[in-house]
Design a binder for this molecule. Structure first.
Ligand code: 5GP
Ligand code: MG
Length: 172
């Protein structure tokens, strides 16, 4: 594509390596699980889990689809609900890391926290995102970030091998 490239394939790899190392070195005593937010956050989560296992950590992995749970959809007549989840383990007492591709207003993560705490009682919850776009509307910040946009709030495209056949983050 002709769009300005924020991260190429090597940049995505390096970002994920650094995020995995940071998650691994911030050791809490609790068992670790990554929870990806569909779509794309799940792909990032599974890639991070592979890296964490390579670093010798045991890690569970699941995903949730929160798109109907955003509080700005509460105005619709339909009651918002968790669209789907694939969390085939108890989260009680666990260290959970929510994983998404892009963090923007924070509303998706806020809703994800609701769903997570409806589901169980984790010991702690952290947040990892590949790209921080800025533009937060709620007091939520990531613990692990691949790349923070130097010009905040630009809309970006995340291409991943698993979904688009190639890895790149571009303006778009
Ligand atoms: P938020 O709820 O923080 O406003 O938005 C985060 C969610 O919307 C994430 O799941 C993310 O995938 C998606 N999102 C927000 N902004 C962008 C963007 O500029 N590009 C892409 N690809 N996704 C975005
Ligand atoms: Mg997403």
């Amino acid at each position: 594509t002709d769009a300005p490239i924020i991260l190429d394939q090597a940049g995505i790899d390096q970002s994920l390596d650094a995020m995995a190392r940071a998650i691994a070195s911030s050791r809490a005593g609790e068992p670790l699980a990554l929870v990806g937010l569909l779509s794309k956050g799940d792909i990032i989560a599974y890639r991070l889990a592979d890296r964490l296992r390579t670093l010798g950590l045991e890690v569970l992995c699941g995903d949730i689809d929160i798109s109907l749970y955003r509080d700005d959809i509460y105005t619709l007549e339909a009651r918002p609900s968790l669209r789907s989840s694939n969390l085939p383990f108890s989260t009680d007492g666990m260290r959970l890391v929510l994983v998404d591709d892009v963090l923007y207003t924070g509303r998706t993560v806020r809703a994800a926290l609701n769903a997570i705490f409806d589901y169980g009682r984790p010991a702690r919850v952290e947040l990892a995102c590949l790209i921080d776009r800025g533009g937060r509307e709620v007091p939520i910040q990531p613990d692990y970030v691949g790349h923070t946009l130097s010009e905040p709030e630009q809309k970006i495209k995340v291409h991943l091998c698993e979904s688009e056949g190639f890895d790149a983050v571009t303006i778009g």
